[in-house]
Design a protein around this ligand. Structure first.
Ligand code: ATP
Length: 366
């Protein structure tokens, strides 16, 4: 039996389900336990555990090829799973031996390329997933209103801007009143300025609807802005599943630390909650003993002009709201410091470095 199911069937999710009150909480729970998915016998998800609460927005974040889309498609029913279990609203929809078809799962899906039908009007695109539901017209109008496109149902997709087309795709996914919305890189086809604007609009919409949403992104900022929680994926595993601030401030591994932002790793020796490092004493967020690499985020690294300092400014980048200073240490290492306002040092100047006193995570040195 083929592993992969035709994605169009998700949009064909007819079945007038219970009405989803706009603005009310109507999200379902998504629970994946030990999920394994393989292609041609090669396993790409190695036992995924993910518990998404009703109404929560969760980002699947990770580098290319780590399995984000495969996990999303496994939840949607577009891929069969080889092990573990997926439940939606406490209903088992997938195990190795059981596969509920996508159109029965009450999930809405928004694809990276939006997958609009170019020969169909906006209204017909949105109605596509509604089958012969008696209140089709009202649902189309409601869905278009929800995404801020009321009155545009006669237009053809090609006459809309990228952002509007993306919202039509969203309206189409929402019209059948799914309990869970799945979005695969929904903003990647938009140029940078529009991307931020549409992202904010979608954020407001998802928060207002109270719908459960799981979305795929490889963009850390997007994951942090939109996600109530973020699942950081690496090589078919979830490395950490937590609120954005917890992931940024308390990453479980050096890999996660480096993936979710700029990271300086400063070698040192830990004794309890302090590490003695080449930039001086650094307070640690957890007690450790022995050789460690301390994570000092650039915003916690202080650069001060000093003729006897341990490095030389290699580069200064001014962004207006803040600036970055790259410092080349005498041992060949390069550390970055970020601070508000104007830079106080210039390229070629010798400097000393210190930590601003914030407690930092540390990892046993490899
Ligand atoms: P990207 O950010 O590049 O989209 P991703 O994290 O979403 O990556 P997946 O698309 O889930 O990753 O792919 C995970 C792994 O599974 C990759 O090695 C990919 O080549 C493989 N894979 C995905 N789909 C198939 C398929 N239909 N047949 C065979 N291998 C596949």
């Amino acid at each position: 039996m083929p592993n992969t199911v035709d994605p169009r069937v998700v949009d064909a999710a007819a079945g007038p389900g219970p009405a989803m009150p706009v603005g009310g909480s109507s999200g379902g729970r998504v629970l994946a336990t030990g999920v394994r998915t393989a292609f041609d016998g090669v396993e790409v998800l190695h036992g995924i555990d993910l518990d998404v609460s009703p109404g929560e927005v969760v980002a699947l974040l990770g580098p290319s090829g780590c399995g984000k889309t495969t996990l999303l498609r496994s939840i949607a029913g577009l891929e069969r799973i080889a092990g573990g279990e997926i439940t939606l609203d406490d209903r088992v929809v997938a195990t190795a031996g059981h596969h509920e078809r996508p159109e029965r799962r009450r999930v809405g899906m928004v694809f990276q390329d939006w997958a609009l039908f170019p020969h169909m009007s906006v209204g017909d695109n949105v109605a596509y997933g509604l089958g012969r539901a008696a209140d089709r017209e009202r649902r189309v109008a409601d869905a278009l209103e929800m995404v801020g496109l009321a009155g545009l149902h006669e237009r053809m997709p090609a006459t809309l801007s990228g952002g509007q087309q993306q919202r039509v795709a969203l309206a189409r996914a929402l019209a059948p009143q799914p309990s869970v919305l799945l979005l695969d890189e929904p903003f990647s086809n938009l140029d940078t300025g529009l991307r931020v604007q549409v992202r904010s609009e979608v954020h407001r919409l998802l928060t207002g609807l109270g719908i459960t949403a799981v979305f795929v992104t490889h963009d850390q900022e997007e994951a942090f802005v939109l996600g109530d929680r973020v699942a950081v994926m690496h090589d078919g595993h979830i490395e950490q599943f937590d609120a954005p601030a917890a992931i940024y401030e308390h990453p479980v591994s050096a890999w996660v630390a480096a993936f979710v932002g700029d990271a300086n790793f400063v070698p040192g020796t830990a004794t309890g909650t302090t590490a003695d490092t080449l930039i001086g004493a650094v307070p640690l967020s957890d007690a450790l003993t022995g050789a460690v690499d301390v994570l000092v985020r650039p915003e916690h690294l202080v650069v001060t002009a000093d003729d006897h300092g341990i490095g030389v400014v290699g580069n200064v980048e001014y962004f207006g709201h803040d600036h970055m200073v790259q410092v080349d240490l005498d041992d060949g290492r390069r550390l970055a410091s970020r601070a508000p306002g104007n830079p106080r040092v210039q390229r070629g100047q010798r400097v000393r470095l210190s930590c601003d006193g914030s407690a930092s995570p540390a990892f046993a040195a490899e």
